[in-house]
Design a protein around this ligand. Structure first.
Ligand code: UDP
Ligand code: MG
Length: 312
């Protein structure tokens, strides 16, 4: 079988050399033992890096036929960079594995990916078993992220990021998903197909810093929810009903007090509370609805998800 590995890179000059060495050694072994075809490849996608990432990728491709490169015209974000690689090379291999540039995902797992693929699996997920090497903050935020998604009714594989194998059939199906904020972890399980998970423990980032800032991470989480679930809209409706019902009780109480007790001057506190509370809920609700409308707006323009500058 012909295997391709897709690696999105954003300012990864510090770690790229090491990553390439590891992968090259592994792929050479696999080619030698006949597990994969001799024209298997590694393709880096430079997601508009501002450092020497692209020059490094170019030098690799000059040294060996094993390496390919795609340069995007600017930074499009991790998911788009990944999609560009997958879509560009989907018919060039029997299966593509996506992974990060930082060696946090266990490279040795590729052997098992290939073995499972040969058993006939179309989608194979790499699942992080042990996150003890991650930072405390990353662990907690990730935990929260997966719980929140499950709560929102989104079917994802817990602790699976973007280390996965997709067969060319699955990739063909993936190309039919035209959404503008692609959230691959949600889309891939949606496709169905025969799938399985492989477990590994996540290592520390080999070099450099995480390229996911807190804001990037928050927006990523928001994307994951808003592009896969209308549950936030339902929650708004539910809140609306609840408040309307409570208001009904309050109306009865107010009328009762006015007619039978005549003590209706007090009540500043309850009034202030309801003004602020209802105001807050309304703003939040408009915001949530706005998120969905914003997505309709972006989708309706149908702009390309990525723009390729160069390919080598
Ligand atoms: N990445 C990218 N574009 C971006 C941000 C990140 O292509 O805008 C790449 C990055 O180079 C890395 C992968 O996506 O190969 C995952 O990023 P990172 O390792 O920083 O995320 P973390 O593992 O900390 O979640
Ligand atoms: Mg990483």
């Amino acid at each position: 079988m012909k295997l391709g590995i897709i690696i999105p890179c954003y300012n990864e000059e510090e770690g790229l050399k090491e990553t390439s060495n590891h992968l090259q050694t592994l792929l050479m072994q696999m080619i030698k033992s006949g597990k994969i075809a001799a024209n298997s490849f590694i393709c880096y996608v430079d997601d508009g890096s501002t450092d020497r990432t692209w020059q490094i990728i170019e030098s690799f491709s000059k040294q060996s036929d094993l390496f390919k490169g795609i340069k995007l015209s600017r930074n499009f974000g991790h998911q788009n960079a990944l999609i560009s690689g997958l879509m560009q090379l989907k018919s060039d291999a029997d299966a593509l594995i996506s992974m990060d540039a930082d060696l946090q995902d266990d490279v040795q797992l590729i052997n098992e990916f290939v073995a499972k693929f040969k058993e006939g699996y179309e989608v194979i997920y790499g699942v992080r078993e042990d996150r003890s090497k991650d930072t405390h903050f990353k662990r907690i935020s990730a935990e929260f992220f997966y719980r929140f998604q499950t709560y929102m009714g989104i079917d994802t594989v817990s602790n699976h990021a973007d280390y996965r194998l997709l067969s060319s059939k699955a990739l063909q199906t993936l190309s039919e998903f035209k959404e503008i904020n692609p959230f691959l972890r949600g889309i891939v399980p949606l496709m169905g197909y025969r799938s399985c998970s492989l477990h590994y423990s996540r290592a520390e980032r080999f070099a450099g810093e995480t390229k996911y800032s807190l804001t990037k991470m928050l927006f990523f989480a928001l994307d994951g929810v808003v592009s896969f679930s209308v549950k936030p809209l339902r929650l708004i409706t539910l809140t609306g009903f609840l408040i309307s019902f409570l208001s009904l009780l309050v109306i009865f109480w107010v009328v009762f007090e006015k007619i039978f007790l005549g003590t209706t001057v007090d009540g500043w506190a309850s009034m202030m509370i309801s003004i602020y509370l209802i105001g807050g809920i309304q703003l939040m609700s408009i915001g949530i609805i706005g998120e969905y409308i914003g997505r309709i707006f972006q989708q309706s323009k149908g702009r390309p998800r990525y723009i390729i500058d160069k390919e080598i």
